[in-house]
Design a protein around this ligand. Structure first.
Ligand code: ADP
Length: 481
């Protein structure tokens, strides 16, 4: 762990293993921190806050730019670490390193624009002035599916704003977190400003974060269930809260869309990170006129995907995070099959027998899968899958498809394929989702806001808005009398 500028063991002396999900092999051990370690880390962040928040934004921006440069220079070694710890194919890991570094550069630039406003008053003898100041110590809890970019997306704006922080990474990916902390430290972030607590049992750490009055903000990315729990606890302490949670993205193919292009987009998007992304499409609504061509192309593309250890050339889909994830995907597919869905490709756990050797036996692999004939009574229609399964729902009435798409508690990402500008913009306005891809499968960037509506979360990360999450606004009324 990294507390007050030093790499430390847990107070308990305990450690826990980190496992490669493609091979089941232990690739390292990290300290198993507890509430006492989290409190030490909060104290360090609290102690470092006065000095760090008093540095100029230009100084902080220079440190962030150095971190961006270091992260970019180390892209290859960081990608290899990510693939061995998280499983995604090496190419996808390199892409994530670039995406993660982008947040650092973006917020380095935004730091210099930390301005206030001069506001008129209704009174002739009064003026108003606003300034934006760092909220204070920020507690961060991050997930394993994007084990570097989800850290930089929170750490870079917090540091740009002048906040200090304590971060608890997911128990599956602490080594990636360590590498990111090395980068910020080498770039010149002073002791105590960033603190890392690793733990196998996250609950005591979450309790320490949400009950400590020195923590002024909690930012979390993960499941809706845990986000709701933590937001409630943070609410009791009146900490500011950002939570980026689950999704259940609709992917709508209108009758005027090019079905081949839409199917290629769906195949590329759905199997990214083996489907373990909160913006992954979970319901593919395809108009009946486009259905045959769409399903045919999708099935062919999915049949051609190579699943395996992300370190190997040509592998497009890596393992799932653990056995429980494979079991959850298998249960959803079996439920759909029992209720009448067809499975043109995939639909089973992948083992060595599928390849004729034992390479897949120790990892957590599920075959890339297409389901057709999916209906509302199936679990996959309602619950986030977080796996490589593309459920296709055929619809007839274009006037009803938005209501079908919106019929979920989630509100993160949605996708629309159409050749009509009017259809695209109407759908964009009517969809209750905060991120909409229009004939586009990557509607994200460091420079635009990302976040969810409804049960998908509170707050935005990235863009100008991502910095505001770490700032208090203060107003001065000034009398000229
Ligand atoms: P997933 O199901 O994708 O693993 P989680 O929401 O369980 O998502 O995990 C996201 C992050 O939340 C991880 O860092 C995990 O350790 C943490 N976490 C899970 N449960 C708790 C909890 N009760 N208190 C604090 N953090 C938690």
């Amino acid at each position: 762990m990294f507390i007050d500028g030093a790499w430390t063991e847990a107070r308990s002396g305990r450690t826990f293993p980190v496992v490669n999900p493609a091979t089941g092999e232990e690739i390292g051990r990290v300290p198993d921190g507890g509430a006492d370690d989290a409190i030490d880390a909060i104290a360090a962040a609290d102690g470092a806050f006065p000095a760090w928040s008093s540095t100029t934004a230009h100084h902080r921006a220079d440190i962030l730019l150095e971190a961006w440069r270091l992260m970019s220079d180390r892209a290859d070694e960081l990608a290899e670490l990510m693939t061995s710890e998280q499983g995604k194919p090496l190419r996808a890991s390199r892409f994530e390193v670039g995406y993660g570094a982008d947040f650092i550069r973006w917020f380095a630039e935004e730091a210099r624009r930390l301005t206030g406003e001069w506001l008129p008053s209704a009174r002739a003898d009064q003026r108003f002035l606003t300034i934006r100041q760092p909220v204070g110590v920020v507690a961060m809890i991050t997930p394993w599916n994007y084990p570097m970019s989800m850290l930089t997306r929170k750490m870079a704006p917090a540091l740009a704003a002048g906040c200090t922080l304590v971060l608890k990474p997911a128990e599956a990916t602490p080594l990636c977190a360590r590498a990111i902390f090395d980068i910020f430290t080498e770039a010149g972030v002073p002791p105590g400003v960033i603190n890392l607590v690793t733990a196998q049992d996250p609950a005591p750490i979450g309790d320490a974060f949400t009950s400590d009055p020195r923590v002024r903000k909690l930012t979390f990315t993960g499941s809706t269930a845990v986000g709701r729990l933590l937001a409630a606890k943070a609410g009791q302490s009146l900490q500011r809260v950002s939570v980026e949670l689950g999704g259940h993205a609709p992917f709508i193919v209108y009758p005027d869309a090019d079905p081949l292009n839409a199917a290629k987009g769906a195949a590329a998007l759905k199997f990214l990170n083996a489907g373990q992304a909160c913006i992954s499409p979970n319901r593919l609504y395809v108009h009946r006129n486009a259905a045959d061509a769409f399903v045919d192309t999708l099935t062919k593309r999915v049949s051609g995907l190579v699943t395996g250890d992300g370190m190997e050339d040509g592998v497009g889909v890596g393992p799932l995070v653990d056995d429980a994830a494979v079991a959850k995907v298998a249960a959803q597919v079996d439920d759909a099959r029992d209720k009448g869905a067809e499975v043109p490709v995939g639909g089973h756990r992948l083992t060595g027998a599928d390849l004729g050797d034992d390479r897949l036996d120790r990892g957590f692999f599920y075959a890339p899968t297409v389901l057709t004939g999916v209906s509302e009574d199936m679990t996959v229609y309602r619950e986030e899958t977080f796996g490589p399964v593309a459920p296709v729902v055929i619809y007839d009435d274009v006037d009803e498809v938005i209501a079908l798409a919106n019929d979920t508690h989630y509100g993160l990402a949605a996708y629309v394929y159409t050749e009509s500008l009017k259809t695209a913009l109407s759908a964009f306005e009517a969809l209750d989702f905060a991120i909409v891809g229009i004939n586009d499968v990557n509607p994200t960037s460091a420079s635009v806001p990302f976040g969810g509506m409804k049960d998908s979360g509170l707050g935005r990360e990235g863009g100008h808005e991502g910095l505001d999450e770490y700032l208090e606004i203060k107003t001065a009324g000034i009398s000229l009398r």
